[in-house]
Design a protein around this ligand. Sequence first.
Ligand code: ZN
Length: 302
Amino acid sequence: MTQLEFKTAMSFRYGHPEPMAPGVVRVVAPNPSPFTFKGTNTYVVGTTTLAVIDPGPDDPAHRAAIMATAAGRPITHILVTHAHRDHSDGAAGLAEATGAPILAYGRNGPTNRTASAHMPSGKEFVDHQFTPSIRIEDGARIDGSDWQLKALHVPGHAPDHLCFALTDRRVVFTGDHVMAWNTTVIAPPEGRMSDYIASLERLLKRRDRLYLPGHGGRLDKPLRSVKAYLVHRQWREQAILAAIRDGASSIPEVVARVYSSIDERLVKAAELSVLAHVEHLAERRLVTCDRQLSLDQRFAPA
Ligand SMILES: [Zn+2]
Protein backbone atom coordinates (compact mmCIF):
# COMPACT_ATOMS: atom_id res chain seq x y z
CA MET A 1 0.00 0.00 0.00
CA THR A 2 1.21 3.48 -0.78
CA GLN A 3 1.63 5.52 2.35
CA LEU A 4 0.77 9.18 2.11
CA GLU A 5 2.45 11.50 4.53
CA PHE A 6 0.01 13.92 6.08
CA LYS A 7 1.05 17.13 7.73
CA THR A 8 -1.06 17.39 10.86
CA ALA A 9 1.09 19.84 12.80
CA MET A 10 -0.24 23.39 12.46
CA SER A 11 0.74 26.37 14.55
CA PHE A 12 -1.98 29.00 14.82
CA ARG A 13 -4.31 30.81 17.21
CA TYR A 14 -8.00 31.10 16.39
CA GLY A 15 -8.90 34.53 15.13
CA HIS A 16 -5.28 35.64 14.97
CA PRO A 17 -3.87 36.80 11.57
CA GLU A 18 -0.76 34.91 10.48
CA PRO A 19 1.37 35.97 7.49
CA MET A 20 1.61 33.25 4.80
CA ALA A 21 3.27 35.18 1.96
CA PRO A 22 3.80 38.87 1.14
CA GLY A 23 0.34 40.46 1.27
CA VAL A 24 -1.40 37.25 2.37
CA VAL A 25 -2.55 36.44 5.91
CA ARG A 26 -4.53 33.49 7.26
CA VAL A 27 -7.19 33.59 9.95
CA VAL A 28 -8.41 30.18 11.18
CA ALA A 29 -12.11 29.91 12.02
CA PRO A 30 -13.14 28.16 15.26
CA ASN A 31 -15.04 25.28 13.59
CA PRO A 32 -12.82 22.22 14.14
CA SER A 33 -14.29 18.78 13.28
CA PRO A 34 -13.22 15.47 11.71
CA PHE A 35 -14.09 17.02 8.31
CA THR A 36 -12.67 20.51 8.80
CA PHE A 37 -9.51 19.63 10.80
CA LYS A 38 -8.64 22.65 13.01
CA GLY A 39 -11.24 24.77 11.25
CA THR A 40 -11.70 26.64 7.96
CA ASN A 41 -8.82 28.82 6.77
CA THR A 42 -9.88 32.31 5.74
CA TYR A 43 -7.27 34.22 3.71
CA VAL A 44 -7.01 37.98 3.46
CA VAL A 45 -5.15 39.12 0.32
CA GLY A 46 -3.74 42.59 -0.39
CA THR A 47 -2.20 45.49 1.50
CA THR A 48 -4.39 48.49 0.61
CA THR A 49 -7.63 47.04 -0.75
CA LEU A 50 -8.41 43.50 0.32
CA ALA A 51 -9.95 40.28 -0.93
CA VAL A 52 -11.24 37.71 1.53
CA ILE A 53 -11.05 34.10 0.32
CA ASP A 54 -13.51 31.73 2.05
CA PRO A 55 -15.23 33.69 4.82
CA GLY A 56 -15.79 30.38 6.66
CA PRO A 57 -18.76 29.61 8.93
CA ASP A 58 -21.38 32.18 9.91
CA ASP A 59 -19.74 33.01 13.22
CA PRO A 60 -19.76 36.58 14.66
CA ALA A 61 -16.40 36.05 16.40
CA HIS A 62 -14.76 34.92 13.17
CA ARG A 63 -16.32 37.81 11.25
CA ALA A 64 -14.96 40.20 13.90
CA ALA A 65 -11.51 38.61 13.50
CA ILE A 66 -11.64 39.19 9.72
CA MET A 67 -12.69 42.83 10.23
CA ALA A 68 -9.92 43.31 12.80
CA THR A 69 -7.40 41.88 10.32
CA ALA A 70 -8.61 44.37 7.69
CA ALA A 71 -8.02 47.12 10.27
CA GLY A 72 -10.06 49.71 8.40
CA ARG A 73 -8.74 48.87 4.94
CA PRO A 74 -11.62 48.25 2.51
CA ILE A 75 -12.59 44.65 1.76
CA THR A 76 -13.55 44.93 -1.92
CA HIS A 77 -14.10 41.26 -2.86
CA ILE A 78 -15.36 38.14 -1.07
CA LEU A 79 -14.31 34.98 -2.93
CA VAL A 80 -15.75 31.55 -2.17
CA THR A 81 -13.97 28.38 -3.36
CA HIS A 82 -17.13 26.24 -3.19
CA ALA A 83 -20.58 26.25 -1.63
CA HIS A 84 -19.92 23.95 1.31
CA ARG A 85 -21.17 25.51 4.52
CA ASP A 86 -17.80 25.57 6.28
CA HIS A 87 -16.52 27.86 3.49
CA SER A 88 -19.57 29.82 2.34
CA ASP A 89 -21.92 30.36 5.29
CA GLY A 90 -20.08 33.47 6.48
CA ALA A 91 -20.19 35.17 3.06
CA ALA A 92 -23.58 36.90 3.42
CA GLY A 93 -22.78 38.39 6.83
CA LEU A 94 -19.39 39.65 5.66
CA ALA A 95 -20.97 41.11 2.51
CA GLU A 96 -23.48 42.95 4.69
CA ALA A 97 -20.71 44.27 6.95
CA THR A 98 -18.47 45.42 4.08
CA GLY A 99 -20.68 46.02 1.03
CA ALA A 100 -18.32 43.77 -0.97
CA PRO A 101 -19.71 41.47 -3.68
CA ILE A 102 -19.54 37.68 -3.29
CA LEU A 103 -17.74 36.01 -6.20
CA ALA A 104 -18.04 32.26 -6.82
CA TYR A 105 -18.85 29.71 -9.50
CA GLY A 106 -22.37 29.15 -8.23
CA ARG A 107 -24.36 25.98 -7.71
CA ASN A 108 -26.49 25.85 -10.83
CA GLY A 109 -23.77 25.36 -13.40
CA PRO A 110 -23.95 22.76 -16.17
CA THR A 111 -21.62 20.41 -14.27
CA ASN A 112 -24.03 19.95 -11.38
CA ARG A 113 -25.62 16.51 -11.05
CA THR A 114 -28.89 15.93 -9.28
CA ALA A 115 -28.62 14.13 -5.99
CA SER A 116 -30.30 10.75 -5.85
CA ALA A 117 -31.80 9.42 -2.64
CA HIS A 118 -29.57 6.37 -3.00
CA MET A 119 -26.41 8.40 -3.00
CA PRO A 120 -26.06 10.25 0.27
CA SER A 121 -22.98 12.41 0.45
CA GLY A 122 -23.22 14.65 3.46
CA LYS A 123 -25.88 16.81 1.82
CA GLU A 124 -26.01 18.92 4.94
CA PHE A 125 -22.59 20.33 4.02
CA VAL A 126 -23.83 21.69 0.71
CA ASP A 127 -25.57 25.05 0.55
CA HIS A 128 -27.86 24.56 -2.43
CA GLN A 129 -29.28 28.04 -1.93
CA PHE A 130 -25.88 29.70 -2.19
CA THR A 131 -26.00 32.42 -4.83
CA PRO A 132 -22.97 34.62 -5.47
CA SER A 133 -23.52 38.25 -6.40
CA ILE A 134 -21.11 37.70 -9.31
CA ARG A 135 -20.70 34.31 -10.97
CA ILE A 136 -17.16 33.66 -12.15
CA GLU A 137 -15.95 30.94 -14.47
CA ASP A 138 -12.64 29.34 -15.27
CA GLY A 139 -10.03 31.93 -16.21
CA ALA A 140 -11.83 34.90 -14.63
CA ARG A 141 -9.48 37.61 -13.37
CA ILE A 142 -10.21 39.61 -10.25
CA ASP A 143 -8.21 42.79 -9.76
CA GLY A 144 -7.33 44.64 -6.58
CA SER A 145 -5.06 47.65 -6.13
CA ASP A 146 -1.95 45.52 -5.54
CA TRP A 147 -3.03 41.97 -6.38
CA GLN A 148 -4.63 39.99 -9.14
CA LEU A 149 -6.31 36.61 -8.74
CA LYS A 150 -7.22 34.18 -11.48
CA ALA A 151 -9.99 31.61 -11.02
CA LEU A 152 -9.30 27.97 -11.92
CA HIS A 153 -12.38 25.77 -12.15
CA VAL A 154 -11.35 22.46 -10.56
CA PRO A 155 -14.43 20.25 -10.05
CA GLY A 156 -14.03 16.95 -8.20
CA HIS A 157 -14.62 17.52 -4.49
CA ALA A 158 -17.54 19.75 -5.47
CA PRO A 159 -18.89 20.60 -8.95
CA ASP A 160 -18.47 24.34 -8.35
CA HIS A 161 -14.98 24.23 -6.86
CA LEU A 162 -12.60 27.05 -7.79
CA CYS A 163 -8.97 27.54 -6.88
CA PHE A 164 -7.58 31.08 -6.96
CA ALA A 165 -4.07 31.70 -8.31
CA LEU A 166 -2.21 34.83 -7.28
CA THR A 167 -0.94 36.12 -10.63
CA ASP A 168 2.87 36.24 -11.04
CA ARG A 169 3.45 34.82 -7.55
CA ARG A 170 3.06 31.05 -8.11
CA VAL A 171 0.77 30.91 -5.08
CA VAL A 172 -2.60 29.13 -5.27
CA PHE A 173 -5.46 29.10 -2.78
CA THR A 174 -6.61 25.50 -3.16
CA GLY A 175 -9.72 25.27 -0.96
CA ASP A 176 -10.57 21.59 -0.44
CA HIS A 177 -9.08 20.48 -3.78
CA VAL A 178 -5.58 19.87 -2.38
CA MET A 179 -4.80 19.85 1.34
CA ALA A 180 -1.83 18.70 3.43
CA TRP A 181 -3.66 17.22 6.44
CA ASN A 182 -5.70 14.59 4.62
CA THR A 183 -6.96 13.37 1.26
CA THR A 184 -9.91 15.21 -0.26
CA VAL A 185 -13.36 13.64 0.16
CA ILE A 186 -14.79 12.54 -3.20
CA ALA A 187 -18.37 11.45 -2.47
CA PRO A 188 -20.91 11.12 -5.33
CA PRO A 189 -23.01 12.82 -6.51
CA GLU A 190 -21.39 15.96 -5.06
CA GLY A 191 -17.96 14.59 -5.80
CA ARG A 192 -16.82 13.02 -9.06
CA MET A 193 -13.59 11.05 -9.38
CA SER A 194 -12.99 11.63 -13.11
CA ASP A 195 -13.29 15.40 -12.57
CA TYR A 196 -11.05 15.27 -9.52
CA ILE A 197 -8.26 13.37 -11.33
CA ALA A 198 -8.44 15.78 -14.29
CA SER A 199 -8.37 18.74 -11.89
CA LEU A 200 -5.27 17.36 -10.14
CA GLU A 201 -3.56 16.78 -13.50
CA ARG A 202 -4.35 20.33 -14.43
CA LEU A 203 -2.44 21.63 -11.40
CA LEU A 204 0.55 19.45 -12.33
CA LYS A 205 0.96 21.46 -15.54
CA ARG A 206 1.38 24.66 -13.57
CA ARG A 207 4.60 25.61 -11.84
CA ASP A 208 3.28 26.87 -8.53
CA ARG A 209 5.45 26.82 -5.42
CA LEU A 210 2.99 27.41 -2.59
CA TYR A 211 -0.54 26.11 -1.97
CA LEU A 212 -2.67 27.64 0.74
CA PRO A 213 -5.50 25.17 1.44
CA GLY A 214 -8.94 25.59 2.99
CA HIS A 215 -7.98 23.48 6.02
CA GLY A 216 -4.65 22.72 7.65
CA GLY A 217 -1.16 24.00 6.98
CA ARG A 218 0.49 25.31 3.83
CA LEU A 219 2.00 23.06 1.13
CA ASP A 220 5.52 24.21 0.32
CA LYS A 221 6.27 21.43 -2.16
CA PRO A 222 2.83 21.38 -3.75
CA LEU A 223 3.57 19.50 -6.98
CA ARG A 224 5.06 16.62 -5.02
CA SER A 225 1.80 16.40 -3.05
CA VAL A 226 -0.33 16.51 -6.20
CA LYS A 227 1.71 13.66 -7.70
CA ALA A 228 1.41 11.64 -4.47
CA TYR A 229 -2.37 12.10 -4.44
CA LEU A 230 -2.61 10.97 -8.07
CA VAL A 231 -0.54 7.86 -7.33
CA HIS A 232 -2.65 7.16 -4.23
CA ARG A 233 -5.88 7.26 -6.25
CA GLN A 234 -4.38 5.08 -8.99
CA TRP A 235 -3.31 2.54 -6.40
CA ARG A 236 -6.75 2.59 -4.78
CA GLU A 237 -8.43 2.15 -8.16
CA GLN A 238 -6.22 -0.84 -9.00
CA ALA A 239 -7.05 -2.47 -5.66
CA ILE A 240 -10.78 -1.89 -6.23
CA LEU A 241 -10.67 -3.27 -9.78
CA ALA A 242 -8.74 -6.33 -8.57
CA ALA A 243 -11.38 -6.93 -5.87
CA ILE A 244 -14.18 -6.66 -8.44
CA ARG A 245 -12.41 -9.04 -10.84
CA ASP A 246 -12.00 -11.34 -7.86
CA GLY A 247 -15.77 -11.49 -7.28
CA ALA A 248 -16.72 -8.48 -5.15
CA SER A 249 -19.93 -7.20 -6.76
CA SER A 250 -21.26 -4.51 -4.41
CA ILE A 251 -19.80 -1.48 -2.69
CA PRO A 252 -19.84 -3.06 0.82
CA GLU A 253 -18.10 -6.17 -0.55
CA VAL A 254 -15.38 -4.07 -2.16
CA VAL A 255 -14.91 -2.04 1.04
CA ALA A 256 -14.53 -5.26 3.06
CA ARG A 257 -11.73 -6.42 0.75
CA VAL A 258 -9.91 -3.19 0.09
CA TYR A 259 -10.00 -1.72 3.59
CA SER A 260 -8.67 -4.56 5.75
CA SER A 261 -9.33 -2.82 9.05
CA ILE A 262 -11.61 0.16 9.26
CA ASP A 263 -13.13 2.22 12.06
CA GLU A 264 -16.89 1.63 12.03
CA ARG A 265 -17.55 5.37 11.96
CA LEU A 266 -15.61 5.65 8.71
CA VAL A 267 -17.42 2.88 6.80
CA LYS A 268 -19.90 5.28 5.19
CA ALA A 269 -17.11 7.54 3.98
CA ALA A 270 -15.18 4.54 2.64
CA GLU A 271 -18.29 3.32 0.80
CA LEU A 272 -18.79 6.69 -0.87
CA SER A 273 -15.12 6.87 -1.84
CA VAL A 274 -15.31 3.38 -3.38
CA LEU A 275 -18.53 4.37 -5.15
CA ALA A 276 -16.66 7.32 -6.67
CA HIS A 277 -13.95 4.96 -7.95
CA VAL A 278 -16.44 2.39 -9.29
CA GLU A 279 -18.31 5.18 -11.06
CA HIS A 280 -15.02 6.26 -12.66
CA LEU A 281 -14.33 2.63 -13.71
CA ALA A 282 -17.86 2.35 -15.16
CA GLU A 283 -17.35 5.56 -17.15
CA ARG A 284 -14.40 3.88 -18.83
CA ARG A 285 -16.35 0.60 -19.29
CA LEU A 286 -14.05 -1.40 -17.04
CA VAL A 287 -17.04 -2.21 -14.84
CA THR A 288 -20.65 -2.73 -15.92
CA CYS A 289 -23.84 -2.12 -14.01
CA ASP A 290 -27.41 -2.72 -15.24
CA ARG A 291 -28.88 0.26 -13.50
CA GLN A 292 -27.53 3.55 -12.20
CA LEU A 293 -24.73 2.91 -9.76
CA SER A 294 -25.52 3.36 -6.09
CA LEU A 295 -24.40 2.00 -2.75
CA ASP A 296 -26.72 -1.03 -3.01
CA GLN A 297 -26.45 -1.75 -6.75
CA ARG A 298 -24.66 -4.87 -8.04
CA PHE A 299 -21.98 -4.57 -10.71
CA ALA A 300 -19.52 -6.79 -12.56
CA PRO A 301 -16.15 -6.57 -14.28
CA ALA A 302 -16.48 -5.78 -17.98
ZN1 ZN B 1 -14.07 22.47 3.67
